[in-house]
Design a protein. Structure first.
Length: 230
């Protein structure tokens, strides 16, 4: 009796895994590959990381749609295409050290951790850091991520320099400490804008003379970066 119940429970669980895995495969094809994402490490991460573990329960059925969703504390998890686009722009390798500002649900951090074990992430709302840790434990990537609660305007000097920095909330201007904490050819991907309607995703690359080369990618809508002097 117990045995067959347990077998049924296991079968249910793996059927559920398959449903999510095929939803992820569809998401990767339609929303990423068909829209030009082609970095194999990014595609592998997006195919593997269970986004449904990072959204609040009422959104589980929409977890693999290409849309931003509400999480907790009035914050949002970014849409899969933007997560992939930003990750690809950072040109990561398996040895890159990366700082994320705005842990939120912890989904973007898990994508980064699929590529490199040197992920550092900072979040201003403690409840979100705590919840993200639970999700990383459930997925099994917690040992690749070092997280703290604090204001990312100051970066995280203790672990600098970083080969890449990704900011997932929007300041009105780039906090200068982030430039300082990049390595000699480091990349910074950040949504900048005075208002929600006028934000742009920017990618900065540090040049040999220390100046920053700026590329504007696409218009975006991120939650505002709080704290600092804003
Ligand atoms: N990367 C996240 C997206 C979260 S939304 C994900 O994958 O889910 C942006 C997050 O930035 C929010 O959780 C918000 O609380 C946080 N944030 C806003 N201002 C911040 C600051 N000054 N320092 C650190 N985090 C900040």
């Amino acid at each position: 009796m117990f045995r067959s119940f347990r077998h049924r429970a296991q079968a249910d669980q793996s059927a559920e895994r398959d449903v999510h895995a095929s939803a992820r495969d569809r998401m990767v094809q339609r929303h990423l590959i068909d829209r030009g994402i082609d970095d194999p490490a990014v595609l592998a991460a997006m195919r593997d990381v269970p986004r449904h573990l990072f959204v609040s329960p009422e959104h589980i059925n929409s977890a693999y749609d290409d849309q931003a969703l509400g999480i907790w504390a009035g914050q949002t998890i970014s849409q899969p295409y933007i997560v992939a686009l930003m990750t690809q722009a950072l040109a990561l390798t398996s040895t890159s050290r990366i700082l994320e500002v705005g842990t939120g649900s912890g989904y973007q951090s898990a994508i980064l951790a699929h590529i490199t074990p040197h992920v550092f992430t900072i979040e201003i709302i403690k409840e979100l850091t705590d919840r993200a840790r639970l999700a990383w434990n459930a997925y099994g990537c917690a040992d690749r991520i070092t997280a703290t609660t604090g204001d990312g305007h100051a970066g995280w000097a203790e672990h600098a320099p970083y080969d890449a920095i990704i900011v997932t909330c929007s300041p009105v201007a780039v906090p200068p400490r982030l430039f300082e904490q990049l390595t000699a050819d480091g990349r910074l991907c950040i949504p900048v804008g005075r208002r929600l309607e006028s934000q742009h995703l920017l990618v900065y690359t540090k040049q040999p003379n220390g100046s920053m080369h700026k590329r504007q990618i696409i218009p975006v809508r991120f939650v505002p970066m709080t704290g600092g002097d804003d």
